[in-house]
Design a protein around this ligand. Structure first.
Ligand SMILES: C[S@@+](CC[C@H](N)C(=O)[O-])C[C@H]1O[C@@H](n2cnc3c(N)ncnc32)[C@H](O)[C@@H]1O
Length: 168
């Protein structure tokens, strides 16, 4: 619960993406306005232990150093505060895992080749996902940066996952 004094801050380092977020906010007609900030998730412009919760959606995979991103989110959480991360992942069921691997490696870049503008984005999606750790490894890395009670919820056969953790 946000409460009457609660604030929500939305952060991205791309101004155009913040504009997309503002438009989505207007459509959603929220009761509490979101404070949008242009900043780097690798070096959050907030003091230690100032948030009750931090959430990141399809962002962690894009950071140049996942552990540094996790450390930063942990740093700004109050003790007992919760981190929730939604991100693409890798299926674990062997046959599906293999097919998904081939799809990400070969089909995703090919989809991008169909449009000039999409080419780099789809290649990035393919490369970043191939590099990204599986759900169990990500859970372990969350523990290593000082989060506890880490939970993993695999979605759609494991092609995405929600990770939750509490700041120690
Ligand atoms: C796939 S988009 C997801 C956007 C949004 N969270 C959503 O779910 O629709 C990834 C976003 O991460 C942002 N991003 C990547 N690296 C970042 C960083 N170091 N600091 C802040 N934002 C970053 C990009 O600008 C982009 O908007």
């Amino acid at each position: 619960m946000l409460g009457e004094q609660g604030e929500v801050i939305g952060l991205d380092f791309t101004a155009a993406m913040l504009e997309v977020a503002r438009q989505a906010e207007r459509k959603a007609a929220l009761t509490t306005p979101i404070i949008w900030q242009e900043a780097d998730a690798m070096n959050l412009p907030y003091p230690d232990e100032c948030f009750d919760g931090v959430t990141i959606g399809f962002g962690l995979r894009n950071l140049p150093d996942i552990d540094q991103g996790l450390r930063e989110m942990r740093r700004v959480l109050k003790p007992g505060g919760r981190l929730v991360c939604l991100e693409l992942s890798h299926p674990t069921w062997p046959v599906f895992r293999h097919g998904h691997k081939l799809f990400v490696r070969f089909a995703v870049p090919s989809i991008g080749n169909l449009s000039r503008r999409g080419e780099r984005n789809y290649q990035w999606l393919s490369d970043s996902l191939q590099r990204f750790p599986g759900a169990a490894e990500l859970a372990d890395r969350m523990l290593q940066v000082g989060l506890k009670d880490v939970e993993v919820h695999r979605l759609s056969g494991g092609i995405a996952a929600i990770h939750k953790g509490i700041r120690c």
